[in-house]
Design a protein around this ligand. Sequence first.
Ligand code: HEM
Length: 206
Amino acid sequence: MASIDTSASAPLHPVIHPIWVRLTHWINAFAMLVMIGSGWEIYNASPLFGFTFPGAITLGGWLAGALLWHFAAMWLLAVNGIIYVAFGLATGRFRSKLLPIRPGEVIADAKAALTFKLAHDDLSKYNAVQRLLYAGIIVVAIVIVLSGLSIWKPVQLQWLTALFGGYDAARYVHFFCMAAIVGFLVVHVLLALLVPKSLRAMLTGR
Ligand code: HEM
């Protein structure tokens, strides 16, 4: 059986995800799941489309319960998001890890990924598809919070609601951002499970 070298001389891998990335990432994942589950229940009370979400996958039980969950988790989501974005900008992480995003590289890396030829040996560098998806989902997260604020306080924040084209349009924007986040989440979790060392790095940092 292979033994594990626990001596002081054991090579320590460099930190890929500093503690603030890991903390804000997992708090965000938890807050997003609460927001999505309760959001689906709120949607069910006044559907925008010809379908509702099955009660078994919604949170809150009924409209008032779901609103309480939604309004509780939104503070966690927003404050945590502000901390992540502030650190991402101040430390230069966004610039060094998420940029540049070049269309040619995105197409080449997407092709490589779909034919299982994409290398995963260096976890410290995101490939072009990851850079696009991560930068994109951060923008979507900002838009979902802003459109949510404009639906929550359409009188006090009428300039914001107007920016989205009015209350009804803001509801559609909010819904489509949710759909983008759920779509991202399905692919994101699947890929994390396919490359488990990336999941380990997001948990331990290395
Ligand atoms: C249970 C759910 C989730 C799991 C298992 C998960 C897993 C991971 C893993 C393993 C990484 C590092 C991946 C890599 O090396 O490419 C990562 C990074 C990231 N994830 Fe997630 N994630 C989850 C939820 C979310 C959600 C809900 C969002 C946003 C809506 C999100 C946004 C991101 C972003 C932006 C990064 C890059 C962070 C940075 O480097 O600053 N994740 N995630």
